[in-house]
Design a protein around this ligand. Structure first.
Ligand code: LMR
Length: 396
């Protein structure tokens, strides 16, 4: 049977991680995968997460099954974190379960859309995170694209995006990045979220917010403003949440999927479908990451410590963005100023594929072939090396 299988190419993001790991160059730089790194190039366990984990270890007295919905305390606290002040007015209309990471949330949501409306199309930004395509498309739903970037690749093409929204049909789903657009770092303003909410009402489409970087753009509350506005005015929306980046729980695989339904009754029914979908894919989510988040968010002191650490991670990335733009300007390339204005982990540097290859092969600097660079991979030690190499790549 397996003789018939042809080997597949490596995943563009995970394959790059492996190339970086295998590279023995002493100055190698990983600007590929979206993982936060400190100035020493490490991804440490966040202090509040570590403390919560230690306390949990002492307290936990059973490893019995948690059930398909996962950890209920986690779900309640994460709904609070994401929906904030508007939670009380929508909570009875929310169907929500814990998932294995944001990927699990996207997959469960795609299967739920397929169950509720098999002919619905899902509209994704062009470009979007590469893994959105299999996670959403493999459910058998039609995927459509809406334009997102202007020709210079550094700004939103808002008129083009607006025009595309007129093509979206009633019952279709429009995927939006909650904050820190992956791969471009180009975010929507609150006024644009409000316009999209009006459009969703007018056309009858359903926004689907992918919230993988809450806290990395402008702050925890600020990054949820678009989602919260939409939740306060729309009858329906979907939300996929990841705790990989903002809790640094990458390998623990913890996230949440939420369907906001038009009524409490509809949310009860939607929950039963979510549970059945979960049972049919992975049965139940892993507990450890969700137990950590629940413990941390329920403990005021730990929650404050976590917020402060997340703030400092965000500020560090913003600083790196500015230092990168300033250094490129000093080298004669002021056109990279846009990097200082974008949000979150990623920016498109706007360089060609041969330049990206040259940087990997000649300088051991790894970024995606689209020129997406993970800014968190920069540091005090490698920033000059990266900027000089980038400048050199422009002239070779
Ligand atoms: C990324 O975009 O680099 C991250 O979200 C990691 C991944 O799984 O692709």
């Amino acid at each position: 049977m397996f003789d018939s299988l042809q080997a597949l190419p490596a995943d563009p993001i995970l394959g790059l991680m492996q190339l970086y790991r295998n590279d023995a160059h002493p100055q190698k730089v990983d600007l590929g995968v979206g993982v936060y790194k400190n100035d020493a190039g490490q991804t440490p366990v966040m202090a509040a997460v570590k403390a919560a984990e230690v306390q949990l270890l002492a307290q936990q007295n059973s490893k019995t099954y948690v059930g398909p919905a996962g950890n209920e305390a986690f779900v309640a606290l994460m709904k609070q974190l994401t929906f904030g002040e508007c939670l009380s007015s929508v909570d009875d209309r929310l169907a929500a379960v814990q998932t294995p990471g944001g990927c699990g949330a996207l997959k469960v949501a795609a299967e739920l859309i397929k169950t509720a409306s098999p002919t619905a199309a899902i509209w994704v930004s062009s470009p979007t995170w590469g893994n959105h395509i299999p996670l959403l498309g493999n459910a058998g739903l039609q995927l459509r694209e809406y334009p997102y970037l202007s020709q210079c690749q550094t700004q939103l093409d808002w008129p083009a995006m607006q025009a595309a929204m007129d093509q979206v049909k009633a019952g279709d789903v429009v995927l939006l990045h909650g904050s820190c657009h992956n791969p471009t770092g180009v975010d929507l303003t609150l006024a644009q979220w409000q316009w999209l909410a009006d459009k969703a009402l007018e056309k009858g489409f359903i926004p689907f917010v992918d919230m993988a970087y809450q806290g990395f753009g402008d702050g925890i509350e600020e990054d949820a403003a678009g989602l919260r506005y939409m939740a306060s005015v729309l009858p329906e929306l979907l939300l996929a949440v990841s705790c990989s980046k903002n809790f640094g729980l990458y390998r623990e695989r913890v996230g949440m999927v939420v369907a906001m339904c038009p009524s409490g009754g509809a949310s009860v029914a939607a929950t039963t479908h979510m549970l059945s979908i979960v049972r049919g894919i992975y049965s139940m989510p892993p507990d450890h990451g969700a137990a950590i988040v629940a413990h941390l968010l329920a403990n005021g002191a730990l929650a404050n410590e976590w917020r402060a650490e997340l703030d400092s991670m965000r500020l560090r990335i913003q600083q790196l963005r500015c230092q990168f733009a300033d250094t490129m300007a000093a080298l004669g390339y002021p056109e990279f100023q846009f990097v200082a204005n974008q949000k979150g982990m990623f920016s498109y540097l706007g360089i060609s594929q041969p330049q990206v290859t040259w940087l990997a092969e000649q300088k051991s600097i790894y970024l995606l072939s689209s020129s997406r660079a993970s800014i968190a991979g920069l540091s005090r030690d490698n920033l000059d090396y990266v900027c000089h190499s980038l400048a050199q790549s422009i002239t070779v």
